[in-house]
Structures are given as C-alpha cells and as structure tokens.
Write a protein that binds this ligand. Sequence first.
Ligand SMILES: *Cc1c(COP(=O)(O)O)cnc(C)c1O
Length: 410
Amino acid sequence: MSWQDDAGRDLVRSFGERMAMFVRGEGAYLWDDAGRRYLDFLGGIAVNSLGHAHPVFVEALARQAATLTHVSNYFATPPQLQLAATLKRLAGTGERGRVYFGNSGAEANEAAFKLARLHGRESGRPRILTLENAFHGRTMGTLALTGKPAMQEPFSPMVPGVEHIPVTIEALEAALDDTVAALVVEPIQGEAGVVELPEGYLAAARELTSAHGVLLIVDEIQTGAGRTGAWFGFQHAGITPDAITVAKGIGGGFPIGALITFGDASELFFPGSHGSTFGGNALGTAVAGAVLGEIERAGLVANAAARGAQIRDAIADIHSPLVTGCRGQGLLIGIALARPVAGAVVAAAQTHGLIVNAANPSTVRIAPPLTIGDDEIAEFVDLFQASLATATEALLLDDAADAAPAKVNA
Ligand SMILES: *Cc1c(COP(=O)(O)O)cnc(C)c1O
C-alpha cells in the first residue's frame, strides 16, 4: 500500500489529494519520503515564520514541555502572561489592551464575532459587515463572515446578521450606519489571491467606523507576525483598530490564535462570556513567545520588507509572457499570471523541487519563512523560472490535445 492509498482511504475528503509526503524540514527546506529536497516558499501557508525546526522553536517547545504544558484557564502561567504583554506591545494597544487566546485562526475570529455581538447588543446594532471574497475561517461563525457564497452554500443556513459588501470605500460609506456593530477586514485578502485593499481603504474605514460607533476588527491571521514588513498589516495604514485577530505565523508551526482588543473594546467580554480549554496553554504560549522573540531579535520584520522587495524585483526581471506582475506586501506575495494556469505552475514547481501554491486560478502565492536570504531567493528565482518553462510547455501540449479530440476518438 502506498501513502496515497492510505490517505485516500483514511483521511477526510474535504481536502484535495495530498501532493507529497513530507518527513522532515530544516530552515526553508523540506524532504519527502523518497529523500528528495524541496525549497519551501509556501511556509505552511504563512505559518512557518522561522522556517522548519528552528533551534529557538525546538528549544522553547522542548523546555516548556518538560516544565509545564497545560493547567486550564482557572490558572495563570508565566508564558501566557508574557505573551499577552508582548502581543499588546507589538500591536500597540497601550495599557487598555486585552488578549484572548485560542488555538487557531477560526477560534480567534469566533472570539471577534462574539465581541462584535456584545458591542451590538449593548447598542442595538444587529449588523456585521465583511468584504466580498473575504476569508475568515471554516467554522459556522467564521464561515458566515467569509464572503465566498460557494463555500457557504453546502452549509446554509448561515449564522445571521452578516452582510458582504464590495471592496470599495463608496460601498462601505453606503453600508455603514448606526445599525452596524462591526466591520471585519483583512489588510490583504490572502485566500482571495493576495489581493490588496484599495488605496486609503483602512484609513477611510477607521474614520467612517469611528464616526458611527462601529468596531473596526482587522483579521491579521495571514498578515500578522511581521509577514508584510510590519508587525501587523494595519500598521502600514497608521490606524488604531478596535481589535485584531492573529494565528498562523505567531506560533511558527505550533497551533495558536488570539484576539487582541484595544481601548473600550477591551471591556466588552465579561466573566463566563467566552472560553477555551486549550486556549492560552503554557506550551503554545511559550513557543509563540519564543517565535516572536526571535523575529524581533533577528530583525525579521525588516528582513520581510527587504526580501519581499528583492523577490518582486527578481520577478519583474523574469521575461515570461505568463507573469504579469506581483501583488501583496513584504513576504506575502501573489504572482499574477496572464492565464488561469496557477495549478499547472504549482504542479510544475513541485517537479522542480519548489513548493508554492495557487491562491486562485491565476495567482501563485508565496509566503516563505521570514528568515530567508540571498541564497534561498536566488534558488527560488531559478526554480520558478524553470517551473514556468515546464508549465508553458505542458500547456502547449494540452492545447494540442484539445485541438485534436476527433483524432483521439477515431
Ligand atoms: C487562515 C486564515 C483564517 C483561518 O485560520 P485557521 O487557523 O485555518 O482557522 C482566517 N482568516 C484569515 C485571513 C486566514 O488567512
């Protein structure tokens, strides 16, 4: 029996077929079950901030596992309090910030949803706004926030009260009034294909939401932890939100998520109103604390900005008719293709030993570790160019096959 057979028989069918079987990782590299090495420029979808098996990650995990892992939220632990203070400092909440810990992005956004409901309940506001094409998670609450009707349809009815509006400042202006509890936005729509907000959107959203007493909640699950060249994506816009959600990159591969509230929004949860058994456990918070500590110590936020610019320049120099440009910021990059063939490029990349993914049919997403340098970038450019060539060749063959179906039938 192959691993493909095992996976096909035993794993839930909600995911597509697994593309490879990985057994080991180190830095920006992965090895499969046949011992083949791959350059990992997906980073587990913006999760592996420090790459694989970083000594700081490994040491923090092992040390905390041997010290104290879990005691429940009846009790505090030093790593939990330290991480809460660190997140408040990095997000810039000032004194009046609070942190709720969960174990994933969806849990962080569920907490944000409940925060919005509490605000709405206090002030008679039933509506919550999110953006078309937004992705906020797969649980029933966060699926309601997610602006993708095809994802929602099999699971309807949705949790009520959520409206998806077009991604323009005019649409926001038209939709906002005193019946809205919260606006939830991603600084860059990662799952939609690394799509940036229109120029000035977050600043306008802050102004408009403030004017109407509406909470501005920024989903930083993909953009946080230094990924875009700032600790959090909203910081590029110079605004102060009411809450942000984080997950993916803050744990560097350990599952953890959090809701961070600012100012008055920090007073909405009351005792008994929310909770999680595993949320904020000593093990996860120790690892996330170590990961954020290493990002800070090694200057990896600045590295994300610089390496992102370097990759963008290198991609601009690739003269392939398939590549039309780049979107995104820092080390969250969507490489835009002239045709909806991202799947073919991703498959070709894998044959060349490069891991990337198709964020949408015409966008290849890269979210490499924040630790990458000149060598990994040079290797990426070589492998990506080879992948484009292979995909182009394969597509021409496909075109030829498409053009001659009669022959095949005859
Ligand atoms: C990945 C992601 C989520 C969901 O996080 P999970 O950990 O998969 O539940 C939510 N919002 C954004 C913007 C994401 O990228």
